[in-house]
Design a protein around this ligand. Structure first.
Ligand SMILES: [Zn+2]
Length: 404
């Protein structure tokens, strides 16, 4: 059984990251400069990739130059990182979870995207490019099997995605599911669940539907007129999948690009458009938050942050303004929640450093941001990894923090 304590070496600045060991929970915020790619290695070695950014051609000002460099596409860099960070002997990813259908989370297919080399009738970018190099067993998105549902983009990327899942399902046995708010048994430990009973991944929200912890029921936040399209509703960002990962006393929140009119000072907006706050209340306080929408100006509203009260925040930056000055000030505000907090940013651009006041002093330096939770979930460290090459070199270590 895997329940015994490990004598894993602590990460040390200047040295190579010690490998994951059974019982640890690793959450890698992989920085390619193009958007989100979060790799979770769960206590029994089960793996989950949450999003796979990937526009091949740089599109300033919407993305940074590719990291480590432009010699490979972002999806291939992500796949190579996954291979390095998975447990020794792992054959591939147990799960891939796509928060929503935007290019900085699933990849952008355009004329520069090469065809699959496996014989499938699809092109490679983002999630499809990851799968070219690392087998994926289960894929979960917010819409399957109805990609004509309201809000789902009608574009070449989504057409390609549907060819991809059809071919992968027929030829490689890929299982595709729709994310179901409320469940805590859709993403589970697949290898040794009995050894780590302290682990839970709770599906909170997707597409306007929210789990309520008080009565364990799922409710629709949207009025009927917004649901049927006769009145403007939520946008694709606000349909993002959100979940809470729990391991012992440790809690972590990821909610894609959720946003809120309350972050934008749109006082005229109807209350139901603020999906962030009820999602955060359903979660309850967490140790670590992945900032919504890359820390953009329109996300991480006061009500959202006050409900989550994170001890640490990871901003997955892909453009100038990540994080935005107003958003950053909210993240720092002890009027929203008391106590210290540390903010980690995958890449702080020169423009952001000069316009987001105070951020340059607070940022620990850019790179891949790894949250490494100790066996049992009692404490965690946050490790900044050098993203200039593939050596997995530690730049800085924060913590250990006690989980609460
Ligand atoms: Zn995004």
């Amino acid at each position: 059984m895997g329940g015994s304590p490990t004598n894993a070496a602590a990460p040390i600045a200047g040295q190579t990251l010690p490998p994951w060991q059974p019982g640890m929970l690793d959450i890698h915020h992989i920085h390619t400069g193009r958007g989100d790619a979060l790799l979770f290695v769960l206590p029994d070695g089960t793996s989950l990739l949450n999003d796979a950014a990937g526009r091949r051609v740089e599109q300033a000002p919407f993305s940074f130059p590719t990291r480590p460099d432009a010699s490979r596409a972002p999806g291939e860099w992500i796949a190579r990182y996954v291979r390095r960070a998975l447990p020794a002997g792992a054959r591939g990813l147990d799960y891939a979870l796509l928060s929503h259908f935007h290019g900085d989370h699933i990849g952008v297919v355009d004329s520069s995207s090469p065809a699959s080399g496996h014989g499938g009738d699809y092109r490679l970018a983002g999630i499809t490019e990851v799968a070219e190099h690392v087998p994926i067993a289960r894929l979960i998105d917010r819409a399957w099997p109805d990609y004509r549902a309201p809000g789902v983009p009608d574009n070449p990327t989504m057409a390609n995605y549907q060819r991809f899942i059809r071919w992968q399902g027929q030829q490689r046995g890929l299982v595709v599911e729709r994310f179901e708010p409320g469940r805590n048994d859709q993403i589970v430990l697949r290898h040794q669940p009995a050894a780590w009973p302290q682990f839970e991944l709770r599906n909170l929200y997707a597409d306007g539907r929210l789990w309520n912890p008080a009565d364990e029921r799922v409710t629709d936040l949207l009025p009927a007129a917004a649901r049927d399209g006769s009145q403007p509703g939520i946008d694709e960002n606000q349909r993002s999948i959100a979940f809470r990962l729990r391991y012992g006393r440790f809690d972590y929140f990821s909610g894609g690009d959720l946003s809120s009119p309350h972050a934008q000072l749109r006082a005229e907006a109807p209350a139901w458009l603020d999906v962030e706050t009820p999602v955060a209340r359903a979660s309850g306080p967490v140790d670590v938050l992945k900032a919504n929408h890359h820390g953009s100006w329109d996300a991480n509203s006061p009500g959202f942050l006050a409900a989550l009260q994170p001890r640490a925040i990871v901003v997955t930056a892909r453009a100038d303004g990540h994080p935005a000055v107003n958003t950053y000030l909210r993240m720092r505000s002890t009027q929203l929640w008391p106590g210290p907090r540390d903010i980690f940013i995958t890449h702080l651009s020169a423009a952001t450093a000069t316009t987001t006041y105070g951020v340059a002093d607070a940022a620990a330096g850019g790179g891949h941001i790894l949250v490494r939770v100790a066996p049992g979930g009692g404490s965690y460290r946050i490790v900044v990894l050098d993203d200039s090459d593939e050596a997995m070199r530690v730049k800085a270590v924060a913590g250990p923090y006690p989980a609460r």
